[in-house]
Design a protein around this ligand. Structure first.
Ligand code: HEC
Ligand code: HEC
Ligand code: HEC
Length: 409
């Protein structure tokens, strides 16, 4: 009985969340509507870096590497000091006359709030991007002249002006992810827990002793990725997950509910806030700073679906043993389905492939292609990137998507 009550309690909370009932406390919105903050203190708006730059984290060792600092000093003295000043105080001779003053790197608090990917973005693109362009920024772009490593080196040198000794990373400067942390506390903590360990009070009542439980965000296991098996997701993947929410592939509350989500969608949250949130989520796992290079799984153009492709897909579905888990008609009732467990040893349901509206990773052919080529980390759903040629993967995708119509294209 108590369990029933808990379940219903959870169901009500979940329903509220699923309806997107979440409230942003206006006091957390650090930046004002124009994105202008710190202006009064002589600093600049540290808006989130755009997605193309969001994954450009600087390896933590760079900041304290004497060789990098020395190389950075040389670049700084010859190219940046005219505006930013030899002492990093923003008072270089060419800067004095500018309407928008060069930033000071001696402003410890201002620099501590500046994330590495923002810093890298600003040096790369200068004042040619918004919101700096329309303010008349004279900061030149350097991506054409300075290599990635040169840009890191100059950052490491500029960082020395603050007097901070360690690497410039969020776990040294929690203020750099404070806004994301505030949003996290309001919207995610109930399921993912105060430290992101997946142990929030609501989460534990969702469906006890069954997968999926709210993820331990410190664990490096992510299901919804555009990156190969074994890797972390991109920032774009995380933004997609948060925007879409996570649909349920089945389970106790889902009878008759095709759009039901076990994690609500936050697509109505302003993009800037979602980006801040994701920077906080990444700060829970240092591995996001340690990957040198990010490869994403290539999704070739989708071919035309033909009955021959679906027939070949059906054969592959049997040969690749999809049916041992998903069942011969895709209903999630294959012979090993009752024994499937996730990495926490919790029973996990093989997805009912006849209900693509419930797919967590999306139901467009490209989404299903991505699912097959990346796999879901922490679950029995493997990656087939090494087993399938792209043409075969498409055949299989078309067959999977035909299952909702009984296997006809
Ligand atoms: C022609 C003058 C000029 C030169 C040269 C210059 N900057 Fe700037 N820089 C500016 C101005 C003005 C701003 C403030 C406006 C803005 O944020 O776009 C700025 C802002 C920045 C910011 C953003 C800081 C923040 O708090 O948002 C960084 C980082 C930066 N510069 C790094 C560099 C580096 C590194 C170099 C040399 C490779 C350099 N700048 C060369 C004028 C210059
Ligand atoms: C109602 C509970 C609930 C709330 C609220 C919630 N989540 Fe989740 N979240 C889950 C569950 C359950 C999973 C695991 C789903 C699965 O493994 O299929 C998950 C998984 C995730 C994942 C992992 C995705 C992947 O690729 O595997 C991320 C990232 C995440 N949540 C972020 C957030 C953030 C950020 C917020 C707040 C904006 C949030 N969640 C709010 C329940 C929730
Ligand atoms: C060892 C068991 C197993 C095998 C083999 C397997 N799957 Fe899965 N598959 C799963 C499980 C379990 C899930 C659900 C994971 C979850 O909900 O987190 C899943 C999920 C899926 C999804 C749903 C993704 C979504 O967006 O929700 C698709 C599509 C899928 N599998 C297709 C296939 C195909 C096609 C094959 C064969 C090439 C295959 N699977 C082989 C266990 C398996």
């Amino acid at each position: 009985m108590r369990r029933m009550m808990l379940r219903w309690g959870a169901a009500v909370v979940m329903a509220a969340l699923a309806l997107g009932v979440w409230v942003v406390d206006p006091t957390v919105t650090r930046a004002d509507p124009n994105g202008e903050k710190h202006e009064d203190e002589g600093g600049h708006a540290h808006v989130p870096a755009p997605l193309e730059y969001a994954d450009r984290h600087v390896p933590p060792s760079v900041w304290t590497d004497p060789k990098m600092i020395a190389r950075g000093k040389e670049i700084y003295t010859t190219t940046c000091a005219v505006c930013h000043g030899d002492a990093g105080d923003g008072k270089g001779p060419a800067g004095l006359a500018l309407p928008l003053k060069p930033s000071s790197f001696r402003d410890r608090a201002g620099v501590a709030e500046m994330r590495d990917n923002y810093w890298f973005w600003r040096i790369s693109e200068g004042g040619q991007v918004e919101p700096f362009k329309s303010k008349g920024s004279a900061m030149p772009p350097w991506k054409g002249t300075l290599s990635v490593e040169d840009r890191w080196a100059v950052m490491a040198y500029q960082h020395t002006f603050t007097g901070h000794q360690g690497p410039h990373v969020p776990w040294e400067h929690p203020e750099s992810v404070a806004m994301g942390h505030d949003i996290y506390r309001m919207s995610c903590v109930g399921c993912h827990g105060a430290q992101g360990k997946g142990d929030g009070s609501v989460g534990a009542t969702l469906s006890p002793r069954r997968a999926p439980q709210p993820r331990d965000l410190t664990s490096s296991l992510f299901k919804f990725r555009s990156t190969p098996s074994g890797q972390l997701p991109t920032t774009g993947d995380l933004v997609r997950t948060i925007s879409e929410g996570i649909r349920s592939s089945g389970g106790p509350f889902t009878i008759g509910l095709s759009g039901y989500r076990i994690m609500p969608s936050f697509r109505h949250m302003p993009e800037e806030q979602r980006l801040e949130l994701v920077e906080y989520v990444k700060s829970l796992n240092k591995a996001f700073w340690e990957r040198a290079e990010i490869r994403t799984v290539e999704i070739p153009p989708r071919p035309r679906v033909t009955p021959e492709r679906v027939a070949r897909g059906k054969q592959l579905y049997a040969d690749a043993e999809c049916l041992t888990c998903h069942g011969d008609r895709g209903r999630g009732d294959g012979k090993s389905a009752p024994e499937l467990k996730d990495n926490q040893q919790l029973p996990i349901q093989a997805t009912d492939l006849t209900r693509p509206r419930r797919f967590k990773n999306g139901r467009r052919p490209e989404d299903v292609y991505r699912t097959l080529m990346t796999g879901f980390a922490g679950t029995p759903m493997p990656s087939y990137a090494d087993a399938l040629e792209p043409e075969q993967a498409w055949d299989l995708v078309f067959y999977v998507l035909s299952l909702s119509q009984g296997g006809t294209p």
